[in-house]
Design a protein around this ligand. Structure first.
Ligand code: NAD
Length: 519
């Protein structure tokens, strides 16, 4: 494995850009999943450091909110260009922190560039004041404004160091907010790199800070101080954050886990379905919120599909390389590695069968695990209903499309789903019956995720308030209605009695009922 040059110096520079106050801080060592080598030691920010970041952000935010949208947008378009131009450095960094394959790291470049361009171009339109109708025609001049919330906090996971480390903050910043990001320690270097790049693109000082640290101390301190919290991570932590935000009456957005189903209908193009399924299951070694963990295949094609899936899975190029030669990379953390092994062991002990993979690969690196396909999975096995968040998928035969839909929906989660069929219209019809925030037809996950003009998030226990589209930026604002009353008040006037006013208004209500163009 060729190691990118100059990396250790880069990590040192990034550590020095963490927002912390004076005094000594505990350090958290971060290791590279590919090798286990130490990349650097991040300072663990305390509550007072977070307080300092919030306090410094407030005056910067007040000035920023006054800047015209076009000026703000220009900075993010410059960021887009810098990111695309320096992608090799970002790719090295993402791979070093996450252990994912380069092609999967590139998806993060793509996604972040798309988000920066989209919101830079569209923010003005989403945020512009809108004329609204008053209670009675002509008498009230009403405008709906979109006001930034102030300082938005972001608590992010380790699986998408760049995408999840920065894209939600981009939308919040463009809406006129300041942003403070608390990334997972295993993804902090990339978040710091992106924040530095934004500063280079022209973002004012103190408007965006990265505070590194653990969840219970640094994350909690941010939840207790920010004017809005966006959390991406596990359901367990998401619930505690929502409760805490609720106590403060602070808004929050939650992007949580899934147990994502994929349906293969009897008329599917087998070759395309297998290829798409392999990508959907093993992208990021399965450590992707929208990756597939359950596959339901109509019985007539169950055996050929399973055989082809197992064969393609065994052929996947697994390994550590800072180029595009590998198809799947490493798991990211030792905890995740242990969870994957535990889920497989539990399933096999209770009667499931491994048809591909199933073993660790210490010859490739400490956290490499073979992409694994299971059959014979039943209720009561951990892998049946719990999110594994690893390269493990269970394949089930189903007698009909109705059974596939019923089983796909038989979960508390509702994040993402995929359907494979030659009849795209039928696929779209079935998609409406699936309770998931995004459903892809003849694609694993990226068609919906990449459709940035449309919101994406979780139904049921998979989340609250989506990202992307208009909702992805408007959630970082509050609405304010300004109504200017003209000529006469909406009350008795000119000596009119209450009774006369009521009669007059009743007549008007009847007129408005039959004149839709007026109200
Ligand atoms: P996690 O919940 O353990 O950690 C996420 C973040 O929360 C980290 O920054 C962590 O330091 C912080 N945190 C932990 N405890 C905290 C606390 N008590 N208070 C405040 N912050 C705290 O999740 P993870 O293991 O890093 O990520 C994996 C999970 O994230 C999976 O369930 C996956 O499905 C989900 N995920 C969802 C999406 C989505 O868009 N829906 C995207 C990526 C990952």
């Amino acid at each position: 494995m060729a190691s990118p040059s100059g990396d250790l110096k880069l990590f040192e520079t990034l550590v020095n850009s963490v927002t912390i106050g004076p005094g000594s801080h505990d350090r958290m060592e971060v290791r590279a999943p590919f090798t286990g080598a130490v990349l650097g030691a991040l300072p663990a920010a305390r509550a007072e450091d977070v307080e300092l970041a919030v306090r410094s952000a407030r005056p910067a935010q007040a000035q920023w909110a006054e800047r015209p949208s076009r000026e703000r947008a220009r900075i993010f378009l410059r960021f887009h260009d810098l990111l695309v131009g320096r992608q090799e450095q970002a790719l090295d960094l993402i791979q070093m922190e996450s252990g994912k394959a380069r092609a999967h790291a590139f998806e993060e470049i793509l996604d972040t560039a798309i988000a920066a361009r989209y919101y830079a171009r569209r923010a003005k339109k989403f945020l512009r004041p809108r004329r609204r109708k008053g209670a009675l025609p002509l008498l009230t001049h009403t405008r709906e404004l979109r006001v930034p919330l102030g300082v938005a906090g972001f608590i992010t996971p380790w699986n998408f160091p760049l995408t999840l480390g920065i894209t939600d903050a981009i939308a919040a910043l463009l809406a006129g907010n300041a942003a403070i990001v608390k990334p997972d320690p295993q993804a902090s270097f990339t978040a710091l790199w992106a924040a530095n790049l934004l500063r280079e693109a022209g973002l004012p000082e103190n408007l965006l800070s990265v505070v590194t640290g653990d969840g219970p101390v640094t994350g909690q301190a941010l939840v207790d101080r920010a004017d809005y919290i966006t959390f991406t991570g596990s359901n367990r932590v998401g619930r505690t954050i929502a409760a805490r935000a609720g106590e403060r009456l602070t808004g929050c957005a939650l992007e949580l886990g899934g147990k994502n189903p994929l349906l293969v209908l009897r008329d599917a193009d087998l070759r395309k379905a297998v290829e798409g399924t392999v990508r959907a299951c093993f992208v990021g070694a399965g450590q992707v919120c929208v990756s597939t963990e359950r596959i339901y295949v109509e019985e007539p094609i169950f055996n050929p599909f399973l055989e082809a899936l197992a064969a393609r899975t065994r052929r996947l190029a697994l390994g550590a390389a800072f180029d595009y030669s590998m198809e799947v990379g490493s798991l990211t953390t030792a905890a995740q590695f242990a969870r994957v092994e535990e889920h497989i062991r539990d399933a096999v002990d209770k009667g499931a069968r491994i048809v591909a993979g199933g073993g660790r690969r210490p010859d490739l690196g400490p956290l490499f695990f073979e992409p694994t396909v299971l059959t014979g999975v039943r209720e009561g096995m951990k892998v049946f209903a719990e999110e594994t968040f690893g390269p493990v998928v269970s394949v089930y035969p189903v007698a009909s499309v109705e059974e596939a839909i019923e089983r796909a929906n038989a979960t508390d989660f509702g994040l993402s789903a995929s359907i494979w069929t030659r009849d795209a219209r039928k696929g779209a019809r079935i998609a409406r019956a699936i309770r998931a925030g995004s459903v892809n037809v003849n694609e694993g996950y990226s068609a919906a995720w990449g459709s940035i003009d449309s919101p994406i998030g979780g139904m049921k226990a998979s989340g609250l308030r989506p990202r992307h589209g208009a909702e992805g930026i408007l959630k970082f604002t509050e609405s304010q209605t300004i109504a200017v009353q003209r000529l006469i008040p909406i009350a008795p006037s000119f000596g009119m009695s209450q009774a006369f006013f009521a009669r007059w208004m009743t007549r008007l209500l009847r007129i408005l009922r039959w004149t839709p163009w007026l109200g």
